[in-house]
Design a protein around this ligand. Sequence first.
Ligand SMILES: [Zn+2]
Length: 245
Amino acid sequence: MSVHAHSRTERLDLADATLREWDATVLASDAEAGIVLDRSAFYPGGGGQPPDHGVLLWGGVQTRIVDTRWGDDLYLIPADGDPVPPAGTAVRGAVEDERRSSLMRTHSGLHLLAGVIFRDFGALVTGGNMEPGVARMDFNLPDIPADFKDRIAAACAIEVAADRAIRVDNMPVEQAMAIPDIIRTATNLLPPDLQVVRIVDIVGLDVQADGGTHVASTKQIGGMDVVKVENKGKANRRLRIRLTD
Ligand SMILES: [Zn+2]
């Protein structure tokens, strides 16, 4: 089986984050349980990145997809009351571009932020969350200078302007674990039977084991503001970022 698969569904989103439309066949279908496709570019959520929205088109009918459920299969959840294509139907899938593209920029912005804070302050990520265009990330940072927020914002702007390549690679788990600081989230959450790890590399800045979708270079993140720095416990600082264009 391809490394880009969840059970019976080929994960087109992992092979190509720019893909927005594709052809597929319905393998299983239920208004409550959801729809299983043989091929899907819907990012199903995970690693802090929320699932895609979009539609399935079939015979002049539209099924809106509003969520995804992980289980024995990858289930696309239809909007309440929408018609559901029966098993065997050929469908055209489409991911809502505005939401996904914003999430790719936001997600990549969090990598850039984590890379800058590790490089300049040696601090590890302890948590995070994102919505399109806005995100927060927590760091183990007991002490910060008075100009911390401005320094981080300036350093992030420099890294965006530097237009560093963001590369995605699959590699054997042993090779991946040999990369220094590969698991920066401080806890090793990878399943023990994992054979291949997906590595996201902002070249020269940040390397992570990661399952999300990203833009191809840091300039594509665009304008990014550090909105706020909050105290979350003795050693934890929460940074809030926002895309500005
Ligand atoms: Zn990522």
